[in-house]
Design a protein around this ligand. Structure first.
Ligand SMILES: [Cu+2]
Length: 394
């Protein structure tokens, strides 16, 4: 992989990671000699173009890696510690907006916050630069943390100074910073709990994430909005560590299957689908009971290793789709009336599930993974009632 900046339109997430893996690795201690931020350690710089656009037939927005393909959540972005990501954000909307990351380093100009004058005016293109750093030991002996982690990004400027309307409008996505050598998954699921929604959906319209028995799948969980949540996954556990994995036989890290997911928080982990429990339709949901009852639940479908449906799984999904949880009179009335509930028309292009670009198999994915693996969105639905978001008023 050559180290020149690739043509922006042709950059794939596969090349982003593959290129990063081939990048120059600088000893982490090199940065300790000066007081300069470790982010100055040379890594590679990658450039991508993202498009913020209105989702047709709705009053929602999404980020995408191609024009005309916004999704909710937006594309999952990845980088390796020490590398820099330059994001050329094209604002194809008539609203002021931005992109603001968590977990990485940036100058005020790339903050994405209006008070730093860091945003895209309607129709404007602006470049945001996210830097990451490796862990290093400072001269005072402190270990300075690297950037690796499960993070996220979101708008910080639409309709106000804090991104409130942008988040409600769908402008958010996941960001992973890995250490070189981290295990890579086969599939990735981004799960965003925002108010009473999962990826801007309410059960039974919430995502069904699929894997085959034995596949290594990665969950990226993000909280937004105004409500505290807890993320629970049935029949699978993970370590409460950076990667969700134990680091050897002596690692006594807490092993969990439920974790707080408050606004602005994020975490991630990998599991082997169905490991120790077998295939089946397993539930994921918010464990705040009021929330799960009102639709914050979905299905993790673990198929047989050959991809076929395991006994009982379709019936379980039918039950979930048919009445799910809480009786679901809620879906026609109560949830719609809830000020936090925002059921969406079916035309919202789902983000969230994608095959990892480094996973073996298929042809080179030049679209960033998110859009390529999903069926094209159905034709736009009639304009939705303005019962979700209301950003025009902010
Ligand atoms: Cu909740």
């Amino acid at each position: 992989m050559d180290k020149r900046a690739p043509a922006r339109s042709g950059l794939s997430r596969r090349s982003m990671l593959a290129g990063a893996a081939a990048g120059v690795i600088v000893p982490a201690v090199a940065a300790a000699a000066s007081s300069a931020p470790a982010s100055a350690a040379p890594g590679i710089t990658r450039q991508i173009t993202m498009y913020a656009e209105k989702i047709p037939g709705t009053d929602l927005y999404g980020y995408g890696l191609e024009p005309g393909k916004p999704t909710i959540p937006g594309p999952l972005l990845e980088m390796y510690e020490g590398d820099t990501l330059e994001i050329e954000l094209v604002n194809n909307t008539d609203q002021r907006l931005s992109i603001h990351p968590h977990g990485v380093n940036y100058d005020t100009a790339s903050d994405g916050a209006p008070f730093n004058n860091s945003f895209n005016n309607p129709g404007e293109t602006r470049t945001y630069i996210w830097r990451s750093r490796t862990q290093y030991q400072a001269s005072n002996g402190f270990w300075m943390p690297g950037s690796a982690g499960y993070w996220h990004y979101h708008d910080h400027a639409l309709g106000g100074d804090h991104g409130t309307a942008g988040l409600l409008g769908g402008l958010y996505g996941g960001l992973i910073v890995r250490k070189r050598g981290d295990l890579l998954p086969s599939k990735q699921y981004t799960v965003v709990f925002l108010d009473m929604m999962v990826n801007h959906k309410i059960a039974p319209e919430t995502p069904i994430f699929e894997a085959n028995l034995g596949e290594r799948v990665e969950w990226i969980c993000i909280g937004h909005g105004n409500l505290p949540h807890t993320f629970h996954l049935h029949a699978h556990r993970w370590a409460d560590t950076r990667t969700g994995m134990l680091n050897g036989d002596n690692d006594r890290s807490h092993v969990i299957d439920n974790k707080n997911l408050d606004p602005g928080a994020s975490f991630g982990f990998q599991v082997i689908a169905g490991e120790g429990v077998g295939p089946g339709a397993w539930m994921y949901h918010c464990h705040v009971q009021l929330h799960s009852d009102q639709g914050m639940a979905g299905v993790f479908l673990v198929r047989n290793a050959d991809g076929s449906m395991p006994p009982g799984a379709q019936e379980a999904i039918d039950r979930f789709k048919g009445h799910g949880h809480g009786g679901h009179s809620a879906h026609s009335g109560a949830v719609a009336a809830d000020p936090n509930g925002r059921p969406l028309p079916p035309s919202i292009p789902p983000g969230g599930a994608q095959k990892h670009p480094n996973a073996g198999g298929g042809p080179l994915d030049t679209t960033g993974g998110a859009a390529a693996k999903q069926a094209p969105p159905p034709p736009p639905a009639p304009p939705a009632p303005h019962d979700h978001g209301g950003h025009a008023g902010h």
